[in-house]
Design a protein around this ligand. Structure first.
Ligand code: 3PG
Length: 213
């Protein structure tokens, strides 16, 4: 049975100019890191399923940081979609798209930003009703130039470029009419996480507010 998602992919994209892509190795870091980002004005948090601790981190944020909206990144399979929704993720981002994944997210009531890198990827995702898309890996797959080209044939698609995006080049992406927000890992760099420098995370998040979506 399909559940109505509690928020839409467009709402996920419109909340802030940047969706932080977060890799966590220690559950103890999840809550302070999420609070630090929220203090810097960023509420939509994408915790990637790339570590064994990712599900527990998502659960901790969902439970203890109600001001944040936690989502899961690197969602690749139906099992991933079910697992992340069980622990409280409200949205999912994927590095590619399959019909099974799209249906699984719908079944779980999860807003999905399907990953696309080619025209065919976009057609597959749009055929299944997804018009808010994660362009991944953005810089490597054509960057600003390909987004400009896509604005012709895919005028009704909206993108969140992710992969190689920085505070510096984000401005160029966000100036495009088909870009709503960008994704990036720079607000939670590994060395800052290792030092548990939450004030620095807040500062990096605040810097993103100068970007406009
Ligand atoms: C990733 O693959 O980790 C995300 O796309 C983020 O990429 P970035 O580290 O280049 O921001």
């Amino acid at each position: 049975m399909t559940k109505e998602p509690s928020l839409s992919a467009l709402q996920v994209m419109q909340d802030a100019p940047v969706i932080p892509v977060i890799v966590l190795h220690d559950v103890a870091d999840a809550v302070p890191m999420a609070r630090a980002l929220v203090a810097g004005g960023i509420r939509m948090l994408e915790v990637t399923l790339r570590t064994k601790q990712a599900l527990a981190c998502i659960e901790a944020i969902a439970r203890h940081v109600p001001e944040a909206v936690v989502g899961a990144g690197t969602v690749r399979t139906r099992a991933d979609a079910l697992a992340v929704s069980m622990v409280g993720a409200r949205f999912a981002a994927s590095p590619g798209y399959t019909q099974a994944l799209g249906q699984a997210c719908r079944d779980a009531g999860l807003a999905l930003l399907p990953g696309v890198a080619t025209g065919s990827d976009i057609l597959y995702a749009m055929e299944d009703g997804f018009t808010e898309l994660k362009f991944f890996p953005a810089l490597q797959a054509g960057g600003v130039a390909i987004l400009k080209a896509w604005n012709g044939p895919f005028f009704d698609a909206r993108f969140c470029p992710t992969g190689g995006v920085t505070l510096q080049n984000a401005v160029e992406f966000l100036a495009l009419p088909n870009v709503v927000c960008v994704g990036g890992s720079w607000m939670v760099p590994p060395e800052v996480l290792a030092q548990r420098d939450w004030a620095r995370v807040t500062q990096l998040a605040k810097e993103c507010q100068s970007l406009k979506n």
